[in-house]
Design a binder for this molecule. Structure first.
Ligand code: S3P
Length: 168
């Protein structure tokens, strides 16, 4: 079975949709943030706090490399929102599988992350303003990484799963 890699901003639904797809397509669900936390035995917030963002970004690349080394197949891989920022990661993700960008508007994302305390990048920020700006900066990276884009704003989860079925 082909692998699927999900990219998109924080709160774009990668985890929720990834889990649903994993049962619909009998693929194993993996999440790069969870794999990093498992390896480091600390939360993503603590990695940012004690080891810094560049350490975290290197860990993201390392995770992709190990998945390729292990020749993982039949997986659906949810990636952290900043995974697309490095060309090297984009190349690795495309080697792993079909890359789907789950896009969502800043308003939808801000609403979903309203009470979130797990994203270090959002700490102490005016969420809507920060998300709008960062999403604008990152949009080109998501589009560049994507083999396929799914706009999620006005779609139900069922509709999104159907859309993936149509391209898988
Ligand atoms: C990040 C997104 C997070 C996590 C880290 C950094 C980002 O993942 O990797 O907090 O740079 O956008 P999610 O997209 O799963 O929230």
């Amino acid at each position: 079975m082909k692998n699927i890699v999900l990219v998109g901003f924080m709160g774009s639904g990668k985890t929720t949709i990834g889990r649903l797809l994993s049962s619909a397509f009998t693929l194993d669900f993996l999440d790069t943030d969870a794999l990093i936390e498992e390896k480091e035995q600390v939360s993503i917030s603590d990695i940012f706090k004690y080891k810094g963002e560049s350490y975290f970004r290197q860990s993201e690349t390392n995770v992709l490399k190990s998945l390729l080394d292990e020749e993982k197949h039949s997986i659906i891989l949810s990636t952290g929102g900043g995974m697309v920022l490095k060309d090297e990661n984009v190349k690795l993700m495309k080697e792993i599988g079909m890359v789907i960008y789950l896009s969502a508007s800043p308003q939808t994302i801000a609403l979903r992350l309203e009470n979130d305390t797990t994203r270090p990048l959002l700490e102490g920020k005016d969420k809507l303003e920060f998300i709008t700006k960062l999403l604008e900066d990152r949009q080109k990276f998501y589009k560049n990484a994507a083999d396929y884009i799914i706009h999620t704003d006005d779609k139900s989860l069922e509709e999104i799963i159907k859309e993936v079925e149509g391209i898988y």
